[in-house]
Design a protein around this ligand. Structure first.
Ligand SMILES: Nc1ncnc2c1ncn2[C@@H]1O[C@H](COP(=O)(O)OP(=O)(O)OP(=O)(O)O)[C@@H](O)[C@H]1O
Ligand SMILES: [Mg+2]
Length: 439
């Protein structure tokens, strides 16, 4: 490529000559990214496909410019642009040279490298630029790639990571033109919020899906894309049909207990293959597994795990029976909400709890060494039998884990119950979601 060709590509992605589309602001991530950028580390933005990583970077470019950083000190490169031909460190060097020559930045520029995993050896270049203090660097890419060895080796101890998740409920409301940023905003709008919550459960939380009328179509596309690009191609899978069936199996079994052995029988594949594939799904942020809480590590490792998906819309798109299983999807949403928080506070650990009498509590939250919360998701609390069962499980877990409060997340039941002198709070999902997001 010659200079002018490189410059032409750069011009299209930068704000030097005009605005770039930055979509709807996601201040939680933007603030976090800004704080991380105050460090002298390379920032890596990872997360599930289509979660909004590229948009976040563009929002950051805009914010910096609004805060007085000169436009010529901001460089954004999208390595997925098909006009870039040979994707190697030579190209990275050339881009930087062209940028310096034509824009003449003064001082240390900010460089945003999107889809950086496309470039062979990118981490060497980034490390060199970082060590020589030639730029403040933010990189992002599809996680299945970024997470691999590249980051682990050359950038160890030199990068801070930000994981971007699809929309939280509050963000989802904002994407649906409902700003709820203080408790008072809710008053009188409960019915509308409830309606949007059902939509959130049904079509999920991917930003593009939230904004589009063609939800199912987009979701099916995402599914095929993740399968083809992040999994089959990336890992050179020899049994694509097994992998596809396994993802579908997990997506339709969210909130259930599972073992690799139990799936073995169903899929006619060895449990080793299943475990390996499951690891790939986790790397791609598609499927998550939750371990059982136990003080004994061995017991924890041996117990079945619960399975959750990144997005309930994906579950529905590939054949989950929505109306029959809304409680399980609600549980999935609670899990992802906890996971989203955990990504911002890595010392938090999540588990489920179960005893020998099959009493179960959906989530145990551990913060550092201490168990801090017990959360049960029970969609329908109207029947006395269900209610008693949930209370019995919680009572047992509270006693065993020595914790005096717990919450039950419901569809609409609200209140407080006294359980052997301890308090159990019943709270509808939408209220819990907004409260979790600090409202
Ligand atoms: N903040 C936002 N406002 C409006 N739309 C958004 C926003 N974030 C994401 N989107 C929509 O979602 C789509 C995917 O977002 P984006 O390209 O940023 O995701 P990504 O995480 O970079 O995905 P990939 O891993 O495929 O590169 C965008 O094309 C856009 O339609
Ligand atoms: Mg992107």
């Amino acid at each position: 490529m010659d200079k002018n060709e490189v410059l032409a590509v750069l011009n299209d992605w930068n704000i030097w000559r005009g605005e770039q589309d930055t979509g709807i602001g996601r201040s939680v991530y933007l603030d976090r990214l800004e704080a991380l950028m105050g460090s002298n580390q390379v920032i890596t933005i990872t997360g599930p496909r289509r979660a909004g990583k590229s948009y976040l970077m563009r929002q950051m470019v805009r914010k910096l410019s609004e805060h007085g950083v000169k436009k010529e000190n901001l460089l954004f490169v999208n390595f997925e642009d098909p006009r870039f031909t040979s994707l190697d460190t030579k190209l990275m060097m050339q881009i930087f040279d062209v940028y310096k020559e034509f824009l003449s930045p003064i001082g240390i520029p900010y460089i945003f490298l999107d889809e950086v995993q496309e470039v062979e050896g990118w981490e060497k270049w980034v490390r060199m630029m970082h060590e020589l203090k030639k730029a403040k660097i933010v990189v992002s890419g599809s996680n299945a790639h970024l997470l691999s060895m590249e980051l682990g080796t050359l950038l160890t101890g030199r990068h801070l990571d930000l994981t971007v998740f699809p929309l939280s409920f509050q963000e989802f409301l904002a994407f649906n033109k409902m700003e709820v940023s203080a408790p008072l905003d809710v008053a009188g709008r409960e019915a509308e919020i409830n309606r949007l919550m059902r939509k959130y459960i049904e079509s999920g939380s991917f930003p593009e899906v939230a904004l589009s009328d063609k939800k199912r179509e987009i979701l099916l596309n995402y599914f095929e894309d993740i399968l083809a690009k992040d999994l089959l191609k990336r890992f050179r899978v020899r049994k694509p049909h097994v992998m596809k069936s396994l993802i579908k199996y997990y997506l339709s079994n969210v909130s259930n207990l599972t073992t690799f052995m139990s799936v073995e029988r169903f899929l006619h594949a060895s449990s080793d293959t299943i475990e390996k594939f499951a690891g790939y799904f986790e790397d791609a942020y598609l499927i998550f597994f939750l371990k059982r809480f136990s003080f004994k590590i061995k017991e924890q490792e041996k117990s079945p795990q619960k399975v959750y998906a990144i997005d309930t819309g994906l579950c529905n798109a590939v054949g989950f029976r929505f109306s029959e299983n809304i409680g399980r999807l609600a549980e999935n949403i609670v899990f992802i909400t906890l996971k989203r928080k955990q990504a911002l506070n890595p010392q938090v650990e999540l588990f489920y709890w179960k005893d020998v009498h099959h009493r179960e509590v959906d989530f145990v939250v551990k913060d550092g060494l201490k168990v801090t919360r017990l959360i049960q998701v029970c969609w329908n609390m109207r029947e006395e039998k269900t209610k008693n069962r949930e209370f019995r499980s919680l009572a047992k877990a509270m006693k065993e884990l020595n914790i005096f409060t717990a919450a039950i997340i419901t569809e609409e039941t609200e209140g407080e119950e006294n359980l052997n002198g301890n308090t159990v709070r019943l709270i509808p999902l939408w209220k819990w979601l907004l409260a979790e997001e600090n409202l």
